[in-house]
Design a protein around this ligand. Structure first.
Ligand code: AP5
Length: 222
């Protein structure tokens, strides 16, 4: 298994639903000692705690829609100012459209953007078997099961299925990805910071490809 030897610290992970953004962001965050910042996790935590932000976010995310940009941009700007994010971060689920990408440009200079590519068919297959924990850990009933069925390895809480992981809602989320988010790949390719990863491999194989390519700063050139 490749060890990380890189000065890259400000990272965005990109990809359709179920491509493994959260799964791989966690590996990078642990290995590089930088926070994993998932806008989806922040919204889910607020929904769970029934905060004002959570009440608002649930109106959108349970239907597979994006939370309004102004709110998400403010949320990320505040999070990136926190002490633990000053040396770097792995951003998962942000930016998702041009407005968010422009806002991020003003917040930080990103070193690398990973696109984890998978088909819609694979996306649906993975999302239907996903189980999550309130602590943010993610599992899959077949591909990445917890040691004890239905229980989080990290904190011992009961696992559950996300409300937005029903097939119809996943299809709606995928449509938004193809319409609004995919377009950003061109932006990061032009900036020469885009790295493409084949997401249709096992979890360790995807991790290995990411680690090898980040060590080589293997940005897409052509
Ligand atoms: P968010 O939580 O970001 O959801 P998403 O982008 O739809 O992505 P997912 O979490 O579904 O997929 P993932 O790529 O992280 O896959 P994972 O690693 O879990 O956002 C949810 C909602 O919050 C949005 O709809 C929106 O409402 C709101 N929101 C969030 N960000 C926002 C923003 N910027 N602006 C506005 N609103 C925003 O893996 C999936 C499954 O597959 C798991 O079970 C995993 O174990 C398994 N798996 C992973 N890799 C592999 C592999 N290689 N082989 C087999 N199985 C695998």
């Amino acid at each position: 298994m490749t060890k990380l030897k890189t000065s890259i610290r400000k990272i965005v992970i990109f990809g359709p639903q179920g491509s493994g953004k959260g799964t791989q962001a966690e590996f990078l965050s642990k290995e590089l000692g930088i926070p994993w910042i998932s806008t989806g996790n922040i919204y889910r935590q607020n929904i769970e705690e029934q905060t004002e932000l959570g009440k608002l976010a649930s109106q959108y995310s349970f239907k597979g829609k994006l939370v309004p940009d102004k709110i998400t941009n403010q949320l990320v700007a505040k999070r990136l100012k926190e002490k633990d994010a000053q040396e770097g971060f792995v951003l998962d689920g942000y930016p998702r459209n041009e407005i968010q990408a422009e806002a991020l440009d003003k917040m930080a200079k990103i070193d690398a953007v990973f696109e984890i590519a998978i088909s819609d068919k694979e996306s649906i297959r993975r999302i239907s078997g996903r189980r999550v924990c309130a602590c943010g850990m993610t599992y899959h009933i077949d591909f990445n099961p917890p040691q004890q069925q239905g229980i989080c390895d990290q904190c011992g809480k009961k696992l559950f299925q996300r409300k937005d992981d029903q097939e119809e809602i996943t299809r709606q989320r995928l449509a938004i990805y193809h319409q609004n988010t995919e377009i950003l790949l061109k932006r990061y390719w032009k900036q020469k910071i885009l790295i493409r990863i084949n997401g249709e491999q096992s979890i360790p194989a995807v991790k290995e490809e990411i680690f090898q390519k980040i060590n080589k700063s293997d940005f897409i050139k052509e």
